[in-house]
Write a protein that binds this ligand. Sequence first.
Ligand code: GCO
Ligand code: MG
Length: 402
Amino acid sequence: MKVAEAQVFVCCPGRNFVTLKLTTDDGLVGYGDATLNGRELAVASYLSDHVLPCIIGRDPFQTEDTWQYVYRGAYWRKGPVTMTAIAAVDVALWDIKAKALNTPLYNLLGGKSRHGVMVYSHANGRDLEETADAVAKYIEQGYLAVRAQTGVPGLPSTYGVSADKTAYEPAKAGLPEEHVWSTEKYMRHVPLLFEKLRARFGFEPHLLHDAHHRLTPIQAGRLGKDLEPYRLFWLEDPTPAELQEGFGVIRQHTTTPLAVGEVFDSVWDCYKLIREQWIDYLRMDVLHGGGVTPMQKIAAYADMHHVQTGSHGATDLSPITMGTALHFDIAVHNFGIQEYMHFAPATEEVFPHDYRFEGGYMHPGESAGHGVGFNEKLAARYPYQRAYLPVNRKLDGTLWNW
Ligand code: GCO
Ligand code: MG
């Protein structure tokens, strides 16, 4: 069996997605997600212009050799555009391989290690009351874990809070929106949210929070300490992680569990974070992490250091990534939790899938492959629309991390 055809589709059913379709000479089809929020066309070109000519004619069973070929073979390593493109090829090949063997993908990754994949969803509100009501809604729907983000008094907008209660989508058409930020106001307000949530819901539901890279390590240590009485499942992205030692500083000051990694694209972004046990959850996913092939190795390395997985699953990763992640999550021994946001209805239609939510857990489905399809005809009705994530400025105008 050989890869006979490779096509890249860019569409915008609710938001932009880049999708890779590989077809074999036997007529088997595999799909991979190649979406990089705000930089979609760069990955589409990287694939079409540079990677795909090398994929035609290859044996789809050779996932390891093909991964090494497109990673080492390019000479230029790493980077989100490169790794997202490589992931699309890798996932599409795993999809074909599982379909050729007529089995769900998880069976090729070690089989089921658990009966379901615990997911967390996103609750947000403009103030504490509205946020608590949003958390209540998810708990009523059966979620065992909820991420809570709230508006901060004195700031017109902040990360994670939107007018649309069903889907949080920060990428907008036009030039990047400008947000205003104050670490001090934020740090005083967030503990009040979790105090309120624990008073209302008790300690049974898992509660998570995303600081979205905005604190210095010592500020993150302070926030982690202030949040300790509320027993968070995790505090995410407390500080940017290019300097991995920053997490060592946070660790000296708090026992609040730490999660990081949604912007990582290689083990070299988290090598020390894991080795030194400075984090508890790794947020890398099978898309921006370079595919299933490297993520199996990274998860095994994390497992040896008491670090669990906590895969990124925002709506800018297509249902193909969600489906693939669920097969990975159900198989990998040191699975921790999976992020799950609701896709727009148009996204759900373009990407039919057999995964489903039940009682706080997601189930990957039993069809062969990763279980997610792609409706090309429907996708063609939603042309690409340039969109950007916001930028963030401190009160004095200094550009800060969004
Ligand atoms: C998360 C993330 C997202 C990112 C988005 C950027 O925890 O889900 O922080 O909300 O902001 O994926 O494209
Ligand atoms: Mg995040």
